[in-house]
Write a protein that binds this ligand. Sequence first.
Ligand SMILES: *Cc1c(COP(=O)(O)O)cnc(C)c1O
Length: 362
Amino acid sequence: MNDATQLADKLQCAHLKDLQPYQSARRLFSGGQDWLNANESPFSNDYELDCDKLNRYPDCQPKSVISAYADYAGVSKDQVLVSRGADEGIELLIRAFCEPGKDRILICPPTYGMYAISAETFQVGVEKAPLKEDFSLDMDRVLSVEKQVKLVFICSPNNPTGTEINEQQLRTVLQAYKDSALVVVDEAYIEFSSAQGCAGWLADHPNLVILRTLSKAFALAGIRCGFTLAAPEIVQVLLKAIAPYPVPEPVAQIAAQAMSAGGLKKLNQQVSLLNQWRQNLLEELRAIPELTPIGDIQANFILVRARQKQGLMDNLVARGILIRDQSKQFHLKHCLRISIGNNEQNQRLLAAIKTFYQQEGQ
Ligand SMILES: *Cc1c(COP(=O)(O)O)cnc(C)c1O
């Protein structure tokens, strides 16, 4: 052991010693040509950059971005917080509302991994109310764990199942926790879904918080820009915990352009194309006997249960086609998640899957 190893070991917080960092798609695989593993958009759009202001610190909450997103989401400006991706929104909620070593968050697996990782990083406990086998909320369990739960994370459409939460059940959860916890509805994929989302409910439910992002439908994962929608009083608490300059000036400029009239027109065109490709891909995947699509397709990915999951995965990686293994998640044995790519990528993926099973079948 060298000095730095010893020092890092001796000095780091005890609760971090055994913590595994989030295995992001980009950490797992850096090569490849067909990136269908992080639910990114296959589109890349052009933006203009005005460099005049780069010598100045940016606004903490750039007005152009806040007001554009408020208009887009149909909420008022004081109900919007902008941050480095929705991931920072998750972290801020945990840091601002949970006492380390005492309070807990509630998650409903299988779901997005960052809720638990963020909580563990801050020594906040994680309570689990797994989804039922059909991926609906297990209401008995969600409603029975309330002790010290400060945040209830519900992802809808859910990553990785693509399913949506039932609105009546969500209302019930909001009501049950109205005096004790915030209910955080993660709508990272709302643009792809047939549902409206619950931004319109903020007035009725003071404990409702909604997470949104420009990383998925807006095709801007590279700029790290996300939003938290909540009552103004909740937003004010989050602003106590946020970094002084969380949104770099180039990010603010690009985000504002993405939400201009032209930007939103492009967004809608790209979402409807992706939804069309998603339907085509789903039909083709259904025709492959070794695969069973499961869950729903309310987001920009398809979850499949696959025969010879590991062999298939390795074979695809060897061809530069990256998809995401979800088989370690609750209920998801042998499951792989495929992000919707462009037509060529989806066709390459299908051809590779068919070739793999043909060769295996011989
Ligand atoms: C991708 C994703 C996020 C993260 O969004 P960023 O804005 O890129 O940080 C949050 N929640 C879910 C469910 C996601 O899939």
